[in-house]
Write a protein that binds this ligand. Structure first.
Ligand SMILES: Cc1cc2nc3c(=O)[nH]c(=O)nc-3n(C[C@H](O)[C@H](O)[C@H](O)COP(=O)(O)OP(=O)(O)OC[C@H]3O[C@@H](n4cnc5c(N)ncnc54)[C@H](O)[C@@H]3O)c2cc1C
Length: 758
């Protein structure tokens, strides 16, 4: 039976690929992640897997939930699952269930299992074999999906993770044990317990256990198995000997059970070659042959020796290594294959591991010419005695960096005039530090003229696009307060939008899309970024598609839809009458009135992701929440198709709209405002609460709480954002004091977060 599955932590490397595999296997799949913006999201979108914060609210009924171990009990999604009595499995458990009836190749071990798994996948794909796979990472080649389900082949290759005990759910056909070192002291009480689960996995393996030659621990753990034990290395059952290498490739002579042949593989360094030999042996076991270029498709795995910046005198790379053995192997490889000094920035991963290995980390980093240690990435663990970064640096020349913003200031002077490799090492969020540092270097390298955003996009925009510096924003909002934007653009084509957001991303310039500015507070200091406005001239088309469907450009005003709906006798849009925004703004805000929301009418939306990727999706791919749609945060909405609820005479529709308009006129102020300032708390009205504490008419400067509606702050002339903020604080404090309700803002503040202002 096919399932309806909600995958939690879907943007991560573990859950995302499994979600894709499950989708391709014919299940209905959707995901959620608290942290979005990762490259996994593109693969999810390609597989048509929407991200939904509350699938029940979006009309889905999951009967199964897969969760990353990082989603801890008490998480709001798990509370929802409990409320709906839905079965929850950890990633490993779900993976084990999904491959239970397959010929399963399990890749396990302490270091390099993602790389080895990727190498096996790549070699099988190059050999033209039909098989399924689930990688626990992303290929560096963005066109190589991290998972695939075969409809015909029984073979599935995936790595299995020992960190949370779910390894005990697998019974593979072939197990590939890359190596085994003591790790995960948070889960296993001692080494014997860790060895025990590996021994049990080997015992459950039916056909073959593949291990490296001369690994004493794995030899011991594979003694007396029913399955055949196959050894791979310079000697053993499958042999691979190095006969030559350059900076990117190694030439190997294969022997033993391989057909005696010479191959060229795009890897360097002893540990990469060892992983490659294992992968080729497994490929041979399955396909009985090896091509002369068996890794033609191999471009590596993301976050494994990733080169982020390269100049003659400077190389910046990032790697996921987080165990002392991995770090030692990585740094040895860098020293062997690159000239110059080595500077390492290391972020320990998990407090328990840091406590366990503080001195081993110190030793592994010793090979660097200079090494810096960042605070521990906790991965949700509470701090433990002896598990902080100071335990790693203790009594050594290593330096602790508490403030990560200081990184480039500290490193750059050390690289001047010396050939250098800077390596960012760790499994936490250190990749962002690495990317930031590389971005700073790229910007330094740009000619002075192109450091300027206007110059960066010059010549790339269409002839009708508008770009200006220093744009006053007060006149672009209905409240009429606020300062100047550093850059302002009106794109005329989809490509203009892509050029703008990608150039802004490259230069580290934040951007923000503004519609009518009718739910927006611009601060007096303005916005040090790029404002994008979808001008109605190019983005305002409203088309009746027939069948009650209306297509609208994101820059069209809601009143235009009301006009067309009334003219063509289409019902269901009456509630939009009088909301002064655009289609784009109203979708992002899920605008509503009189008990209806715009998402009640959405059929599909067309938008660009913050990375500039063009997407279209149906209504059920979005969470429609109270004045919010999380999937559209940071997006550039281009257009939408809305569907009416039925037909009615134009007169009747106009009459309903007039009545609604009349109601608004009598209950809302006409002065400049940003609409309702605060969200209505559950079963209450912010306006009534504000009125009941006697704040109507209160003013600070020219900002005043409307006498007509307590939830509107109006601009009586020359109000400033400072006045508006002060009033908002006063309202929140008084309502909380008198009514024990903490009001949350409905309006958006440009370029800041409310938690930092109120
Ligand atoms: C007098 C008055 C009455 C109002 N009545 C109501 C009401 O009854 N119901 C209601 O829900 N709201 C009401 N509002 C608030 C407001 O009109 C709506 O929220 C409206 O939908 C906002 O649209 P906008 O184009 O002005 O968006 P903006 O205020 O410009 O922007 C709001 C948010 O949308 C984003 N955004 C805008 N365009 C795009 C785009 N193309 N792509 C991606 N993101 C975009 C912005 O980045 C921002 O985050 C009222 C406001 C006023 C002044």
């Amino acid at each position: 039976m096919k399932n309806s599955i909600w995958m939690l932590g879907a943007c991560g490397m573990g859950v995302g690929p499994l979600a894709i595999y499950l989708k391709e296997s014919g299940n209905e799949v959707y995901g959620w992640d608290d942290s979005t913006g990762s490259p996994t999201e593109n693969h999810l979108a390609n597989a048509d897997i929407p991200l939904l914060k509350d699938p029940w609210a979006a009309g889905r009924k999951p009967n199964l939930i897969g969760r990353s171990s990082a989603v801890k009990p008490g998480h709001v999604a798990l509370t929802l699952a409990e409320k709906h009595q839905t079965r929850v499995l950890r990633r490993g458990e779900l993976l084990a269930e999904s491959v239970a009836d397959k010929k399963f190749v399990a890749v396990c071990g302490s270091h390099g299992k993602t790389t080895t798994c990727g190498l096996i996948i790549s070699a099988l794909a190059t050999a033209g074999i039909d098989f399924g796979y689930i990688l626990g990472g992303l290929f560096r080649d963005p066109n190589f999906a991290p998972a695939h389900a075969s409809q015909k082949s029984p073979w599935v290759v995936a790595e299995v993770d020992e960190s949370d005990g779910t390894i005990s759910h697998f019974s593979p056909d072939i197990t590939v044990a890359v190596n085994l070192d003591w790790d995960h002291p948070d889960y296993y009480k001692d080494e014997a317990a860790l060895e025990g689960v590996f021994r049990a996995l080997f015992e459950r393996t039916t056909t073959a256990v593949v291990i490296p030659t001369n690994n004493e621990r794995l030899e011991r753990l594979t003694r007396g198995l029913k399955a055949r034990v196959i050894r791979v290395g310079e000697t053993g059952d499958y042999t691979a000997q190095l006969i030559g290498a350059n900076s990117s490739h190694s030439r190997l002579v294969l022997g033993g059970e391989f057909k005696n042949t010479e191959v060229s593989v795009p890897v360097t360094g002893a540990f990469n070659r060892a992983n490659t030999s294992m992968a080729l042996a497994v490929t041979h076991l399955i396909s009985a042959d090896i091509a002369s270029e068996p890794l033609k498709r191999w471009r590596g795995i993301r976050r494994r020796q990733d080169i982020l910046f390269e100049r003659e005198d400077l190389l910046v790379l990032a790697d996921y290594a987080h165990h002392p053995t991995e770090i030692a192997a990585l740094l040895k490889w860098i020293k062997e294959t690159h000239e110059g000094q080595l500077i390492v920035i290391f972020q320990p991963h998990r407090h328990t591991r840091t406590r366990q290995y503080a001195s081993e980390f110190r030793q592994a980093l010793h090979i660097a010419d200079a090494a810096f240690v960042l605070p521990v990435y906790s991965a949700g663990e509470a701090a433990v005695e002896g598990g902080r970064s100071d335990a790693v640096v203790a009594g050594s020349a290593l330096r602790l960096i508490e403030d990560r913003n200081e990184l480039s200031k500290i490193i750059s002077p050390l690289t001047k005039g010396k050939k250098t490799v800077v390596a960012f090492v760790g499994a936490g969020d250190i990749e962002h530090d690495a990317e930031n540092y590389a971005l700073i270097l790229r910007r330094e390298g740009l000619p002075v003229m192109t450091q300027d955003f206007g110059q960066a996009v010059a010549g790339k925009l269409s002839a009708n696009a508008v770009i200006r510096a220093s744009e006053p924003l007060n006149r672009r909002t209905t409240l009429g307060v606020g300062g100047i934007a550093r850059w302002y653009a009106e794109p005329a084509t989809v490509n203009d939008n892509i050029v703008l957001i990608q150039a802004a991303g490259e230069l580290g310039l934040p951007y923000f899309v503004i519609g009518r500015g009718s739910n927006l507070l611009v601060l007096d200091e303005g916005y040090d970024g790029l404002i994008i406005h979808l001008n109605a001239e190019y983005w305002g088309e409203v088309k009746n598609l027939g069948d009650g469907r209306i297509q609208m450009g994101a820059g069209a005003r809601l009143k235009e839809i009301c006009g067309i709906a009334a003219r063509d006798g289409l019902t269901g849009f009456e509630f939009l009458e009088g909301i002064p925004g655009t289609i784009g703004g109203s979708l992002r805000m899920n605008a509503g009135a009189m008990g209806s929301w715009i998402f009640d009418r959405v059929e599909s939306i067309d938008w660009l992701t913050p990375r500039g990727i063009h997407r279209s999706a149906n209504r059920n791919c979005f969470d429609a929440m109270y004045r919010d749609c999380p999937q559209l945060h940071g997006a550039v909405i281009l257009s939408a198709v809305l569907k009416s609820t039925g037909k009615e005479s134009s007169e009747k529709i106009r009459q309903t709209m007039d009545e609604m308009s009349q109601k608004r006129r009598s209950s809302q102020p006409r002065d400049p405002s940003a609409g309702c300032v605060f969200k209505n708390p559950d079963e209450n009205h912010a306006g009534r609460l504000i009125e009941s504490v006697g704040l109507k008419g209160t003013h600070i400067g020219a900002a005043e709480i409307s006498n007509i509606h307590g939830n509107f702050i109006i601009n009586k002339g020359d109000a400033t954002a400072k006045d508006v903020l002060a009033l908002m604080k006063q309202v929140r404090a008084k309502v909380q004091h008198d009514k024990h309700q903490l009001l949350q803002p409905e309006i958006i503040v440009l370029g800041k977060e409310w938690k930092d202002l109120l």
